[in-house]
Design a protein around this ligand. Structure first.
Ligand SMILES: *[C@@H]1O[C@H](CO)[C@@H](O)[C@H](O)[C@H]1NC(C)=O
Ligand SMILES: *[C@@H]1O[C@H](CO)[C@@H](O)[C@H](O)[C@H]1NC(C)=O
Ligand SMILES: *[C@@H]1O[C@H](CO)[C@@H](O)[C@H](O)[C@H]1NC(C)=O
Ligand SMILES: *[C@@H]1O[C@H](CO)[C@@H](O)[C@H](O)[C@H]1NC(C)=O
Ligand SMILES: *[C@@H]1O[C@H](CO)[C@@H](O)[C@H](O)[C@H]1NC(C)=O
Length: 553
């Protein structure tokens, strides 16, 4: 009897810590420090993890339990989020200021989460205080379990590529600009894994080295602050195989657009004369022309890369149609498996009735002469107490009101500055329309979920537009971009209980309020739907010192 009790207690402990005993654990210890980096050739203060920028790669397999003990050696509170990792039943570890207390300077905190039923390419990054402008990000890649078929041959090797726009001003200077009510303006250039190459430079450190005849997987993420990019390989085409956790139809591309916050995997075969080639990244839809290159080397190859770069796709109006057509070519491979043995397409999302339509419009505002951004007339602010903790301790009334933000954009350009929380209903099948009436491109991301990116179109959304949705093989992913004066639609089932951040992927916009939270509460308060608050959870604000509510059972 006693031993049976022990087993039960052990099982409950495992469940409540968000892990199942049979899945392997991977342990990491990370020191977060300042250190000098020069992504654009100019030394500046960067944020390093174990001395590295980009930070260490997390290489894992579906269902692994990840334990990361993060030591904050900065002089400011710090948090990391694992963007695209769904954190089933576990918004406690999501790393946003609405769900967690930040790790104070000199302290450490151990994240514990499971990459449950996921495969694919993701990244982690700091959510606090514009730290992302200084680094702190890295690749998180999830392999399929051995017995699950992968719809392409195992590549000879894999290369992680984190790229994006970059500012030579440090994050503290950029933050001072935003706090004073101004925009940080345009970036200084583009970095590729911490470097920025120019055509003709002598290169000692190639981005990748390939053996002739072999095929390689490149996992590429845009970790920039605001700029969409296009990337391409000189002399080589790319076969798209994966996008933010879904296996795609394997189309071949000369070049690919990648918007801020997005990741994808391409296969590249070393089938050209053995020498160096350029990997080219250029800014898209930006008022500033920016291009960087990195070198792709052939093992035992001879000769430098040709100075003639493959051209970028068109810009402006023609560029938007080009990019939109490319988006429409991205399809879910219905017969391929992802993390589970059954085909991805066995989930027929197009046949589910929509229970709620939420239309969200981004806007730019002036509040007391200072720049703010927001959604549907609400510019979100983080307080001392994380929203999730206030809600869990029954103290939400002291911290926020549900539904300050409405399901429809308001008329006019008025704005409220307040914590922005949507009261969402557990298991609703929702349609979210993103309306972008501004002149700049947007990217959005939702924590805790993947969604079906069913449409992007120019103009304004109306219910008739639903007939244009891709209800068959839209890619299930966690980001969507919206071109200027356009809209986008996504669909998902809100079956992951927790407090989940929906945010602009543009660092300046999210910092100045273009984000909100979905509170998805299971009425059952049951372990079936949500894990208990971890015993190690940091408490802060008004919930510090309060007695813990009765645990879920
Ligand atoms: C982190 O820093 C501590 C000293 O502050 C050191 O003992 C430890 O080895 C470091 N860990 C890693 C993984 O670098
Ligand atoms: C990453 O994980 C995969 C699957 O577990 C393994 O085959 C591969 O060798 C790992 N790569 C690295 C660099 O650790
Ligand atoms: C901080 O690190 C120590 C030493 O590794 C560890 O024992 C402790 O659990 C960590 N604290 C938290 C809150 O994760
Ligand atoms: C889809 O995946 C299957 C594996 O199930 C693969 O054989 C097929 O080539 C893929 N189709 C396309 C169009 O990429
Ligand atoms: C949230 O919405 C549900 C209905 O879906 C309602 O029962 C509940 O009272 C609402 N909660 C708050 C705090 O408004």
């Amino acid at each position: 009897m006693a031993s049976r009790m022990h087993i039960l207690v052990a099982l409950l402990l495992c469940l409540s810590s968000g892990a199942l005993a049979e899945d392997p654990y991977l342990f990491f210890e990370w020191n977060v420090t300042y250190g000098s980096i020069s992504p654009l050739g100019v030394p500046q203060q960067g944020i390093l993890i174990n001395g590295q920028f980009p930070g260490p790669k997390i290489n894992c397999t579906s269902n692994n339990n990840i334990v990361v003990n993060v030591f904050n050696h900065l002089d400011e509170p710090f948090l990391l989020t694992w963007t695209g990792i769904q954190q089933r039943k576990n918004s406690w570890q999501d790393g946003t200021l609405g769900t967690m207390c930040p790790i104070l300077p000199g302290k450490n905190f151990t994240y514990r989460f499971q990459v449950k039923d996921q495969i694919g390419s993701y990244f982690y990054f700091p959510t606090t205080a514009l730290h992302r402008a200084a680094g702190g990000m890295g690749m998180l890649q999830v392999h399929s379990r051995d017995l699950i078929p992968v719809p392409f041959d195992r590549p000879a090797d894999e290369f992680a590529v984190l790229l994006g726009d970059w500012y030579n001003k440090g994050h503290k200077t950029l933050r001072r600009i935003l706090d004073s009510g101004r925009t940080i303006g345009l970036p200084d250039g583009i970095q590729i894994n911490g470097y920025s190459g120019k055509v003709g430079e002598i290169v000692t450190k190639p981005l990748a080295t390939m053996e002739p005849g072999k095929t390689y997987r490149y996992r590429v993420c845009n970790v920039g602050l605001r700029t969409s990019v296009n990337f391409r390989f000189q002399g080589h085409t790319m076969k798209l195989v994966e996008m933010e956790g879904s296996h795609t139809v394997q189309n071949v591309y000369e070049s690919l657009d990648l918007h801020v916050g997005q990741c994808l995997s391409v296969l590249v075969t070393a089938n050209q004369a053995p020498k160096d080639y350029y990997f080219v990244v250029s800014g898209r839809f930006s008022r500033k022309a920016m291009t960087s290159v990195a070198v792709i080397r052939y093992a035992n190859g001879k000769g430098p890369a040709s100075p003639e770069l493959p051209p970028p796709p068109p810009e402006n109006t023609a560029g938007i149609s080009w990019s939109l057509n490319q988006f429409r070519s991205f399809r879910w491979n219905l017969t391929a498996s992802a993390a589970r043995p059954n085909p991805q397409g066995s989930y027929h999302y197009g046949k589910i009735d929509i229970t709620r339509t939420i239309k969200l419009a981004n806007s730019r505002y002036q509040v007391n002469g200072k720049l703010r951004f927001g959604i549907n007339g609400v510019s979100h602010v983080d307080g001392e107490t994380p929203l999730k903790l206030a809600e869990y301790f029954g103290e939400s009334k002291k911290v926020f009101n549900y539904d300050v933000v409405k399901d429809e954009p308001p008329k006019g350009n008025t704005v409220v500055v307040a914590p922005s929380v949507v009261n969402a209903t557990f298991r609703n099948f929702v349609e979210i329309i993103f309306e972008n009436q501004e002149n700049t491109i947007q990217t959005w991301h939702l924590d805790g979920y993947s969604f079906f990116a069913v449409a992007i179109e120019p103009g304004t959304w109306s219910p008739e537009k639903r007939k244009n949705y891709n209800l068959l093989d839209a890619v299930s992913r966690h980001t969507i971009h919206v071109y200027p004066k356009s809209w986008a639609a996504v669909m998902t089932t809100l079956d992951n209980a927790g407090m989940w951040n929906l945010r602009s992927d543009m660092a300046e916009r999210v910092y100045l309020g273009q984000q909100l939270y979905f509170s998805v509460l299971s009425p059952a308060r049951s372990l079936r739907d949500e894990y208990n608050i971890p015993i190690t959870q940091q408490l802060c604000g008004i919930v510090q010192g309060l007695p813990k509510p009765i645990p879920y059972s």
